[in-house]
Design a protein around this ligand. Structure first.
Ligand SMILES: CC(C)(COP(=O)(O)OP(=O)(O)OC[C@H]1O[C@@H](n2cnc3c(N)ncnc32)[C@H](O)[C@@H]1OP(=O)(O)O)[C@@H](O)C(=O)NCCC(=O)NCCS
Length: 157
């Protein structure tokens, strides 16, 4: 049984979060997207400041396993679930579920009635399991590459 602690993001978490994001995309999303898509999504060099600003401007939570950041998730204005990544070495241990539970609890307390996101092929089964439904499949462009993903939503009651 994995001991998971979810807490707010701190700036010092950034290196571990970027490592989590890279392994997650390169080893897990690579099952569903091709090499060029993966390398455009998770290039060798991160725009660290852009990511730091993104997390600082949203409500961002980090999941710690044995004291190390192994996943993160954030909530932006209007109920938009912006990012969710779990380290490739810690898949299917309940980390994303723990993060979403915290996010939903917070959103409800803040009066948010609807969560929505743009979800990868890879993450779709997780979000469906958590009560989200696909509203629209869509193609988005990131760093010159096109990606199929899904707009999904969940009403909070
Ligand atoms: C999607 C993701 C965040 C799920 O994280 P996780 O911590 O492994 O998820 P959990 O352990 O909390 O999973 C809870 C349940 O969701 C479902 N689920 C999760 N991943 C699944 C998968 N790949 N296929 C089918 N069901 C899945 C299962 O029902 C699972 O319960 P179980 O393990 O007891 O069967 C993780 O796989 C990931 O980082 N993916 C790559 C990054 C990504 O695509 N992020 C989203 C960008 S939009």
């Amino acid at each position: 049984m994995v001991d998971i602690v979810v807490r707010h993001f701190e700036h010092s978490d950034l290196p571990a979060m970027l490592e989590t994001r890279r392994t997650s995309i390169r080893r897990i999303c690579a099952h569903d997207y091709d090499h060029d898509q993966i390398m455009a999504w998770a290039p060798d060099i991160d725009d660290v400041e852009a990511q730091a600003t993104r997390f600082a401007k949203t409500q961002t939570w980090v999941a710690l396993v044995n004291g190390n950041a192994a996943g993160f998730m954030n909530l932006a204005e209007g109920g938009y679930v912006d990012c969710l990544y779990v380290h490739a070495d810690h898949q299917r241990c309940g980390i994303a579920s723990a993060l979403l539970s915290m996010l939903e609890k917070t959103a409800r307390a803040q009066g948010v009635s609807r969560l929505y996101s743009e979800v990868s092929i890879t993450a779709r089964p997780f979000f469906e399991r958590q009560g989200f439904a696909v509203t629209t499949p869509q193609t988005v462009t990131v760093n010159g590459q096109q990606y199929l993903n899904f707009r999904m939503e969940k009403m909070l009651r």
